[in-house]
Design a protein around this ligand. Structure first.
Ligand code: PLP
Length: 504
């Protein structure tokens, strides 16, 4: 194209907006209806393996020319929607997965329509206010002071990374952002129980501390960090010239839902001048359950608290949050204002300097408008209802534990404090290795037969079925089905195969 062509009237400029808004509107209404129906009847849509013809569909050439939205949607209905992980189904309890809500899905659509990048950009736009409102509510829920800071994240992994970065930089005792960790033999170390989530180790590695710096402390009979052992290791580390800078407490471990003695951890941190970070991914929300608050007592004393909302608060993926008690520590770890976002505070008049730039509190620059679904969902249900649902999930877990204890074929593998139940099928005469194998096969059969989805995990060196209940659609009968079917399949699989021999 020559320079002249640009100004020709015949040269039609393009946009990604529809040429025909009315047909897009019709498609949009259809999608909305389909999705409402789908969620309303979700009990009838379990998980299914994608057959080969479906897999082959995702091996197609790169599209060069446009395709019709109606056709693409048809493809979605045929090749995508029927093969879900299944985690929004009422009998899905594997891998601590969340369940979502329809209003949450609407919120995602609305946020996507506005498509605000919530990195800050002055104080004037609504995403800033919505996020501030939501963070303020979380501070209130978890007993953090109004002066604390917070940031919505993609999940608890990101929240843990941010919390530990603030801890590291604050406790280093030198300008770590400038000098890095290479220039000093600072020997910074931190502590967590050996049941802590893998995202903590990943964060420690990403922060350049090396996984050796993460001292994994043994657990007690309740799967909580052993306080005496922890104190001993800290003492030894100090003697050997290490700098203990952080303790990571678990408010609900992934395996068993165990909650560390957070008051005791807070006491140690206070006495030893150590940062207290709590990984409360889902368990922190026990704070809303009327009968369970005491389990997470002490969480309000943490320097930083990481949690997510896509597991136990039933919100759509992805959303998590980090709260930091001291706003200045938080900001100092991340704030950086390059020329292209330089701003006089309150540039746009009116609102003045009341809202900080959110990109100064984390590593992301462009950020989605996650706050909208949190704000809308919290308003839609209110904390009382959330508390009732969380309590309901805990009660269901206890109900499942009771069923397990009453079944001679089953055994409980860990105490049930919260919403996690670890159990396994047993049979006299089978050794541990065979039982491990058998329980793995039971898991697969339950899933493949479309009955229910627990996952498996290892507890005290045994492979066990793993149910973590963050499902607002589950009913007590669903757990009856699970137990009945585990026993049926367990019996089936451990029966000697007489018929097969006869055929030979
Ligand atoms: C799931 C989980 C995480 C990681 O959170 P994501 O939201 O998946 O990134 C961290 N800690 C615990 C205890 C978890 O269960």
């Amino acid at each position: 194209m020559t320079k002249k062509d640009y100004s020709k009237a015949m040269y039609i400029e393009k946009t990604l907006d529809p040429e025909d808004w009315e047909s897009m509107r019709a498609l949009g209404h259809r999608i909305l209806d389909d999705m409402l129906d789908y969620m309303k009847t979700v009990r009838q849509h379990p998980w299914r393996h994608a057959p080969n013809k479906v897999k082959a569909r995702f091996n197609q050439p790169l599209p060069f020319d446009p395709q019709l939205p109606e056709e693409i949607y048809k493809e979605f209905l045929e090749y995508v929607l029927p093969y879900p992980l299944g985690n929004i189904h009422p009998r899905f309890w594997g891998w601590v997965a969340g369940t979502g809500t329809i209003f949450g899905a609407f919120a995602e659509f609305m946020a996507a329509t506005m498509n605000i990048t919530a990195c800050g950009n002055g104080a004037y736009h609504s995403a800033n206010y919505v996020e501030k409102q939501v963070i303020d509510w979380f501070k209130e829920i978890f007993g953090f002071p109004p002066s604390a800071s917070g940031l919505l994240t993609s999940g608890c992994s990101a929240a843990n990374l941010i919390g530990l970065a603030v801890a590291r930089n604050t406790k280093a005792g030198y300008d770590l952002r400038k000098d890095g960790i290479n220039t000093k033999l600072s020997k910074m170390v931190l502590y967590a129980s050996d049941e802590i989530h893998s995202s903590i180790q990943k964060a420690v590695e990403l922060l350049g501390l090396g996984s050796n710096a993460l001292r994994l402390v043994p657990i007690n009979e309740y799967f909580q960090i052993d306080i005496k052992a922890l104190e001993k290791i800290i003492l030894e580390d100090r003697k050997n010239g290490y700098l203990p800078f952080c303790i990571v407490g678990a408010a609900g471990t992934t395996n068993t839902g165990a909650i560390d003695d957070i008051e005791a951890l807070a006491d140690i941190c206070q006495r030893e001048n150590i940062w207290l970070h709590i990984d409360g991914a889902f368990g922190a929300w026990a704070v809303l359950a009327p009968g369970e608050r005491h389990l997470v007592a002490g969480m309000e004393r943490a320097d930083s608290l990481a949690f997510d909302l896509h597991k136990w608060m039933y919100m759509q993926y992805e959303i998590g949050c980090i709260l930091v008690r001291c706003e200045e520590d938080h900001r100092k770890a991340f704030s950086l204002t390059p020329a292209y976002i330089e701003h006089g505070e309150g540039d746009r008049g009116m609102t003045g300097r009341d809202l900080p730039w959110l990109c100064n509190y984390g590593f992301q620059h462009s950020r989605g408008f996650r706050a909208l679904k949190a704000w809308m969902s919290l308003k839609e249900h209110g904390t009382r209802k959330y508390g009732q649902l969380i309590q309901q999930n805990i009660n269901q877990a206890r109900y499942l534990a009771e069923l397990v204890e009453n079944a001679p074929e089953l055994e409980l593998a860990a105490p049930v404090t919260l919403n996690a139940v670890c159990f396994r099928y047993t049979k006299k005469g089978l050794d541990d290795a065979s039982l491990d194998e058998l329980n793995k096969r039971i898991e697969v059969e339950l899933q493949e037969q479309g009955i229910a989805v627990p996952s498996t995990t290892t507890v005290r060196n045994k492979c066990v079925l793993h149910v973590v209940n963050t499902n607002h659609r589950s009913r007590r009968e669903d757990f009856d089905v699970l137990v009945r079917e585990v026993i049926r399949i367990g019996k089936d699989l451990s029966q000697p195969k007489q018929n097969a021999e006869k055929l030979d």
